[in-house]
Design a protein around this ligand. Structure first.
Ligand code: 5GP
Ligand code: ZN
Length: 114
C-alpha cells in the first residue's frame, strides 16, 4: 500500500532493526521503546488493523499470533513473561494503520495501563 510506513519497512525500502523474518511476517525493534525489549511484529500484507486482518485472512492472523510467540521466545522473554499490545483506532492509540503487535518485556508491566 502506498504511503504506508510498515509496508515500506517490510519491502526493505525503509531500514529497521530486524529481529526476525518469516514468509508472512517481520519483526523489528520499535524506534521509541517503552520497555527494555520492545519489538513490533507485522504481517507483510497490508491490513489496517486486527479486525481487518482477522476478517480478511484468518490464517494469516493465526500465523501472525504464532510469530509473536516465537519472537518473544527467541528474545528470551518466555519465562519471565511479556505483554502483547495491539492498539486499534484513535482511542486505542494506533498511529500506524498497518496492523502490528507490540511485544514488550524486560520489566514488570503495571495494570491497568495509564
Ligand atoms: P501504534 O501507536 O500504531 O500502536 O504503534 C506504532 C509504533 O511504531 C510506535 O510505537 C512507534 O514508536 C513506532 N514507529 C514509528 N515510526 C517508526 C519507524 O520509522 N521505525 C520503527 N522501527 N518504529 C517506528
Ligand atoms: Zn501497510
Amino acid at each position: 500500500m502506498a504511503d504506508c510506513l510498515f509496508c515500506a519497512i517490510a519491502a526493505g525500502e525503509i531500514p529497521a532493526a530486524l529481529v526476525a523474518e518469516s514468509a508472512q511476517c517481520i519483526a523489528f525493534r520499535d524506534i521509541n521503546p517503552q520497555a527494555p525489549t520492545h519489538v513490533l511484529v507485522v504481517p507483510r500484507q497490508h491490513y489496517a488493523d486486527a479486525a481487518a486482518l482477522t476478517a480478511g485472512d484468518p490464517a494469516l492472523a493465526a500465523d501472525w499470533l504464532a510469530e509473536v510467540s516465537r519472537v518473544a521466545a527467541e528474545l528470551g522473554l518466555a519465562d519471565a513473561g511479556y505483554r502483547i499490545v495491539i492498539n486499534t483506532g484513535d482511542d486505542g492509540g494506533q498511529t500506524v494503520r498497518h496492523v502490528h503487535a507490540h511485544v514488550l518485556g524486560g520489566r514488570a508491566m503495571g495494570w491497568p495501563p495509564g
